[in-house]
Ligand binder design. Structure first.
Ligand code: SAM
Length: 214
């Protein structure tokens, strides 16, 4: 079967199971080729709904998780987004399609080789509004704060205080919290506090850093 057909079938399944709820997320998932964001050794599994190895003990998230997080982030054109954990750059690419050219994604990755991998993948895909920065994302990225949305694609012991500070009033943060089995938390900033809601159980690689695991 052609790769393109596999992608369409995957998106249809994600819609049927309720992970994709909007046309915006559907169009974005259809327009980004996941096969171009994974190493050649796993390319044939690109449209399986599963995380895949991208090297250095890290993974590209499963498509259903990418779709669900995009829906929960309530993305709109022109938003400024901070992602912690660029990995392959795939999730940032999908977000970039939804927020459009007037929006911007800053994506932090702690492993230099993966930051470079993400940059190359994004460049090949012709995506211009994602900037990949190497560093400890548990500290956030104060130079471009505040952000409309913050997503963390690795699991934290708790929500890092700097990320709450760098979120705009009314902004949304999505972050898995826990050790091996985590809970995906959605926080909406109301004044100085965060209104929190548990979305679902999940499994993510750990957030390593000052406000993460050691
Ligand atoms: N969003 C990615 C994608 O689309 O491929 C998947 C990310 S992977 C599940 C989690 C990533 O978080 C890994 O690449 C890992 O190196 C990174 N990471 C872990 N701790 C980090 C930190 N403190 N700052 C930035 N990146 C971190």
């Amino acid at each position: 079967m052609e790769r393109h057909d596999e992608k369409i079938r995957l998106v249809e399944r994600l819609k049927r199971y309720g992970y994709i709820r909007s046309k915006e997320v559907e169009d974005a998932m259809l327009s980004v080729k996941r096969e171009d964001f994974v190493p050649p050794s796993v390319r044939r599994y690109a449209y399986d709904d599963t995380p895949l190895e991208i090297g250095f003990g890290q993974t590209i998230s499963a498509p259903h998780m990418v779709a669900m997080m995009c829906e929960e982030l309530e993305l709109k054109k022109g938003l400024k987004i901070l992602e912690i954990g660029a990995g392959s750059g795939y999730h940032a690419a999908v977000i970039s399609k939804i927020i459009g050219e007037e929006g911007k994604v800053y994506s932090i990755e702690r492993i230099a080789e993966l930051a470079e991998f993400a940059r190359k993948n994004l460049e090949k895909a012709g995506i211009k509004n994602v900037e990949v920065i190497e560093g400890d994302g548990s500290l956030g990225l104060p130079e471009y704060a505040p952000y409309d949305r913050i997503l963390v694609t690795c699991s934290a012991p708790d929500i890092p205080e700097p990320l709450i500070e760098q979120l705009k009033e009314g902004g949304i943060i999505l972050i898995p919290v826990g050790r091996t089995f985590s809970v995906l938390i959605k926080g909406i900033k109301k004044g100085k506090r965060l209104e929190r809601k548990e979305i679902c159980g999940c499994a993510f690689v750990p957030l390593i850093g000052k406000y993460g695991f050691s």
